[in-house]
Design a protein around this ligand. Structure first.
Ligand code: PEP
Length: 250
């Protein structure tokens, strides 16, 4: 059975005291469950976050990695640095990185390969823009995003990959994909993986939905057969809402 995952992407929010406070609130309110919980604070607070979550059930992950191992890349953070503080999973391909930092499929593939070589697991984000949805080209766009990146990997790599379908038009907009729209793409992606690799790989890869998930819509979305949890932005900044979303998987 696939693991249920809820990951909170804090983006460029929360200073030191808010990071500690939010983690403490989460720890107090998370009851035992089978859901894997992840949080992605900003770089300066990752080590504090790792210490703060302790041996509990929350995994601290990174929002991004650099595509080089080390060297003269001022202002950047390497995978080895993250590994050295106990951060062993990263987001790759978030739509904000694609849009504001011009991260294209070739760069994302480079990051994916380096991460996998360096014992870093991946949550790979993909999803169409509003214009693609309106012109009904969203299946082609999603397929191309995957074919240019994760479909180029060795079958063995899939055990270290989680996918996150995040339609760009639903991120931070309050506009959520309906549960049916999410299921439609998740199933499509699973079929593509099955055709390209095997039904076993397709059945085992967790596919998260992301885009304005809130306590009020989480149950309906997470109940869909091919949706294995969520990547949460805004609602992950509020302990009560994030915990409610985690519970929506039960
Ligand atoms: C995200 O940033 O990955 C995201 C899904 O954001 P939000 O939940 O705010 O739409």
């Amino acid at each position: 059975m696939r693991k249920k995952i809820v990951a909170g992407n804090w983006k460029m929010n929360n200073g030191l005291s808010e990071t500690i406070e939010l983690i403490n609130d989460l720890k107090q309110n998370l009851s035992d469950s089978d859901v894997k919980v992840m949080i992605a604070p900003s770089y300066p607070f990752l080590k504090t976050a790792v210490d703060q979550v302790g041996d509990g059930s929350i995994e601290v992950i990174s929002q991004n990695i650099n595509d080089n191992k080390s060297g003269a890349y001022t202002g950047e953070v390497s995978i080895d640095m993250l590994n050295s503080i106990g951060v062993n999973t990263t987001l790759i391909g978030h739509s904000e990185r694609r849009a504001y930092y011009n991260e294209d499929d070739a760069l994302l593939l480079k990051k994916i390969n380096l991460a996998l070589e360096s014992n870093m697991d991946i949550i790979f984000c993909f999803g169409e823009e509003l214009k693609d949805r309106k012109s009904n080209s969203y299946f082609d766009i999603v397929k191309a995003q995957l074919e240019n990146t994760v479909m180029k990997l060795e079958p063995n790599s899939w055990k270290n990959i989680v996918l996150a379908y995040e339609p760009v038009w639903a991120i931070g907009t309050g506009e959520t994909a309906s549960a049916e729209q999410a299921q439609e793409i998740h199933k499509f992606v699973r079929n593509c993986i099955s055709e390209h690799f095997s039904s076993e790989i397709a059945d085992n890869v967790p596919i998260l939905y992301g885009g304005s998930v809130k306590p009020s819509n989480a149950v309906e979305i997470f109940n869909k057969k091919d949706v294995d949890g969520g990547l949460i932005g805004g609602a992950a900044l509020n302990a009560h809402d994030f915990v409610e979303i985690i519970k929506a998987n039960n």
